[in-house]
Design a protein around this ligand. Structure first.
Ligand code: SF4
Ligand code: SF4
Length: 185
């Protein structure tokens, strides 16, 4: 049985929220990079944990279906070894360099995504996958432009973090200090 307040269909939550509030959250994210808010990283981390209590990635898998992870060479070595392939065999079959020189998947959805939304190489998946959507990383603001602004349109958990952060800061009014406890309100 679904837990109380669980977001049961994450993609629907994301689509309907973006239809109503995309402009608000894009403006909020752009603005937050210039605002001084003490404790923002602690709040972001608490909201990140909360997002994954409410959203089950196995009910979503939108990242694996619509985006490519960025591979480090160490990822390619590790996964190729796991699959019994050489680095070059694996690269030629599944990867390419994009225009910025990043190593990306040729296939979207990812070749390792199974029908039940599980990852068939879960133990050795790229670090970019295990760390996704990066809302837990120290210095939330640093990742707004290159990561969170994009991911609110792909990842329901990112959107949840941003939606709650926006509401909490709105409720705080002119106060410029937040804590992890604010996530509970
Ligand atoms: S490697 Fe696994 S976690 Fe990463 S995109 Fe592919 S299916 Fe998803
Ligand atoms: S990380 Fe985000 S996009 Fe990926 S499965 Fe979880 S909620 Fe969906």
């Amino acid at each position: 049985m679904a837990k109380k307040d669980t977001i049961r269909v994450p993609i629907e939550y994301m689509k309907s929220t973006l239809r109503k509030k995309k402009k608000t959250y894009v403006t909020f994210l752009r603005g937050i990079t210039h605002r001084k808010v003490r404790g923002l990283d602690s709040l972001a981390k608490a909201l990140h944990i909360q997002a994954f209590e409410k959203i089950d990635c196995l009910e979503c898998a939108n990242c694996c279906k619509t985006m490519s992870p960025t591979y480090k060479k160490a990822d390619v070595h590790r996964i190729a070894k796991y699959l019994g392939m050489s680095y070059q065999e694996y690269f030629n079959k599944y990867l390419y360099f994009d225009e910025t020189g990043d190593i990306m998947n040729k296939n979207v959805p990812c070749q390792f995504l199974k029908k039940d939304n599980k990852c068939s190489i879960y133990e050795v998946r790229p670090k970019d996958c295990s760390g996704f959507p990066h809302t837990q990383l120290k210095d939330f603001k640093l990742f707004v432009a290159g990561t969170h602004l994009q991911n609110i349109e792909y990842c329901p958990a990112t959107l949840y973090v941003v939606e709650r952060m926006h509401q909490i800061l709105l409720d705080k009014g002119k106060k410029r200090t937040v804590t992890a406890d604010d996530a509970k309100l």
